[in-house]
Design a protein around this ligand. Structure first.
Ligand code: B1M
Length: 227
């Protein structure tokens, strides 16, 4: 129990300090110490629940990074290192969120909207949606409305998921939803991301808003008939 909370705390600290792995020379005072990469692996080997590692380790650390950034006590380079550490840790969790289903329940086209480079939350959504048995086509970040439309043209059966982390770029969701609904009125669209709300989803004509990955999974599952 004590070991669990201490390793989760160390993982959170690695995210806060941007300590990716033992080989990383950054930050200089943590040189030759384990990073998020090794500690998440060790937490898994100790049998700690992957969801707990994600929530109480990785996401707890990233929450602090957000607060420090908002307070201008750290800046973009430090946040980038934190994101790198988060990514290194998340990779070890991917297999635990993977699905054992042989056939997919459906397809989700996922992307962060135009102008927005944040991808950690979107990738978590993708991981958990995949784990729930869906095929995920991740278009990446900074995705233009026409690229979402082209992706739906290639896979018209898809549900589209849009992510935005900035109050400025969430406005690009409106354009993306409008372009998608114009070209493919039947396509279901779900939106999410820290500044997004259910009221905003209604306002721009999206079909749903999800606050988190399980919310996205619930919506996706509600779009397919149960067998
Ligand atoms: Co930026 N950033 N950032 N940043 N960044 C925020 C978002 C900010 C809140 C920080 C702050 O001020 N406290 C602030 C936005 C303010 C605002 O608009 N209200 C901000 C800013 C201002 C900026 C820049 C403008 C800074 C600058 O350059 N001066 C710049 C913009 C760059 C751009 O996009 N054009 C910028 C850049 C960056 C980095 C590149 C350095 C880096 C991103 C690296 C990367 O993603 N690869 C970064 C980071 C890491 C953050 C914070 C610290 C962490 C974001 C994150 O990964 N959170 C963030 C502060 C914060 O959120 N605490 C901040 C963890 C992640 C698991 O949560 O992404 O919210 P989240 O995803 C959640 C839910 O939102 C939801 O599920 C996820 C899991 O629970 N969700 C969905 C997300 N998408 C969904 C889709 C769905 C459903 C649910 O359905 C489809």
């Amino acid at each position: 129990m004590k070991e669990t909370s201490s390793i989760l705390q160390s993982i959170a600290q690695c995210i806060e300090r941007g300590k990716v792995n033992r080989a990383s020379p950054y930050p200089p005072d943590l040189r030759d110490r384990d990073g998020a990469d090794e500690l998440v692996r060790r937490a898994i080997d100790l049998g700690i629940d992957p969801q707990e590692i994600l929530t109480d380790g990785l996401m707890t650390g990233m929450k602090v990074v957000g607060e420090e950034f908002r307070a201008k006590r750290i800046f973009v380079p430090e946040v980038l290192m934190a994101a790198k550490a988060m990514t290194a840790g998340m990779e070890h969790l991917r297999p635990f969120f993977a699905s054992s289903q042989a056939t997919h329940r459906g397809v989700m086209i996922l992307g962060t909207v135009l102008g927005d480079l944040h991808d950690i939350g979107k990738r978590l959504v993708g991981m958990m949606v995949e784990g729930a048995g869906w095929e995920v086509i991740d278009l990446g970040t900074d995705v233009a409305p026409e690229d979402f439309v082209a992706a739906v043209e290639r896979r018209p059966e898809s549900v589209v998921g849009l992510s935005a982390l900035l109050t400025t770029t969430m406005m690009n969701m409106k354009e993306t939803v409008a372009r998608l609904k114009e070209a493919h009125p039947e396509t279901k669209i779900i939106i999410g991301g820290a500044p997004v709300t259910v009221a905003f989803a209604h306002e721009i004509g999206a079909d749903a808003y999800a606050p988190d990955p399980p919310g996205a999974v619930d919506f996706l599952n509600s779009t397919v008939a149960e067998i």
